[in-house]
Write a protein that binds this ligand. Structure first.
Ligand code: PBG
Length: 326
């Protein structure tokens, strides 16, 4: 293949020609929409750092989820902001917890939408860490029981899939075992398998009120400099029974998405996190970039890197752009 015999521009001349040779396509089938649920009624309050994303009370969440389903988005992932936080994350696994209540309502009122739950303690602990804390240390094995109990309570309330994001060692195995014991062997686990200690979670922590009150998460989330370690992390989760493996964040870690895609034979998810979303929104608001094109370019690049599933705050906008199917 040599110039002038081979001229790549020949196949780029028209949009239809480009369509014919396009290697990657983004569809609504690929998307999961993250949503935040809060106590109360009639609440729909915009999250200032995440334009177009809201805190919803259960009643308003239900209405919004109908819209999401009718746009053709297959799934949402739920995050809860509890009434009360405490040292041991009691509301994370309570039958009357905020996510559990949301699940029951959605199960009833929005059939046909897959309900995924984020399983973590950071929104429910007074100290904001993802596990149980003692003497300033985030304890590993002591956290597993609470995390597994949280996952089981989600399944009981109607979750179709649970997604542990805490990064404690052994949590996928602990959750799998607890689910199976409770006859939820049919409920899959999407593990945040390679989750990095990232600055790009900033807006989310405002949204979820989950910023750690002391220290940071580098004692359990991964060092951004590491790639081989991601493979070891994913291997553990696969051995422990993960059904879908996630890389998070997405854009600064596309090399990891690609490696995980090539080294494992399981569906791969990537989380296009709050900071990645907010950067595009902020630049677009200033008129510095075309927000819609930047959004589509980023999402297609995540897909091209090897993700089968993309968790993204852009999901409803993509749905609008690709045209409602129903
Ligand atoms: C909970 C959790 C976080 C995110 C998803 N689950 C925050 C964190 O680890 O601090 C981040 C999502 C986002 O930034 O969009 N542990």
């Amino acid at each position: 293949m040599q110039f002038p015999d081979y001229r790549p521009r020949r196949l780029r001349r028209t949009e239809n020609m480009r369509r014919l040779i396009r290697e990657t396509t983004l569809t609504l089938d690929d998307l999961v929409y993250p949503m935040f649920v809060v106590p109360g009624r009639k609440i729909k309050k915009e999250i200032s750092s995440m334009v177009g994303n809201y805190h919803y009370s259960v009643d308003m969440l239900t209405d919004e989820c109908k819209r999401i389903r009718d746009m053709g988005i297959p799934a949402v992932i739920l995050f809860g902001i509890p009434e009360r936080k405490d040292e041991v994350a009691s509301e994370a696994y309570s039958e009357k917890g905020i996510v559990q209540r949301a699940l029951r309502a959605l199960k009833q009122e929005v059939p046909g939408l897959a309900l995924i739950t984020d399983v973590c303690l950071c929104e429910y602990t007074s100290h904001g860490h993802c596990g149980i804390v003692k003497d300033g240390e985030v304890l590993n094995d002591e956290s597993l029981e609470t995390i597994a109990a949280t996952a089981v309570s989600h399944a009981r309330a109607g979750a179709d899939m649970v997604a542990p994001s805490d990064m404690m060692d052994g949590r996928v195995g602990a959750i799998r075992e607890a689910l199976d014991e409770d006859d939820f062997e049919h409920i899959p686990i999407m593990s945040y398998a390679a989750k990095y200690a990232s600055a790009f979670y900033g807006p989310f922590r405002e949204a979820a009120e989950s910023a750690p009150q002391f220290g940071d998460r580098r004692g359990y989330q991964m060092d951004p400099a590491n790639s081989d370690e991601a493979i070891r992390e994913v291997t553990l989760d696969v051995q422990e029974g993960a059904d879908i493996i996630m890389v998070k964040p997405a854009l600064p870690y596309l090399d990891i998405v690609r490696r995980v895609r090539e080294e494992f034979d399981l569906p791969v998810a990537a989380y296009n996190v709050s900071g990645e979303f907010a950067m595009i929104k902020a630049a677009a608001q200033k008129g510095w970039i075309d927000g819609e094109r930047a959004m589509m370019e980023c999402l297609i690049s995540i897909k091209r890197a090897g993700a089968d599933i993309i968790l993204t705050y852009f999901a409803p906008e993509v749905a609008k752009l690709l045209g409602c199917r129903r």
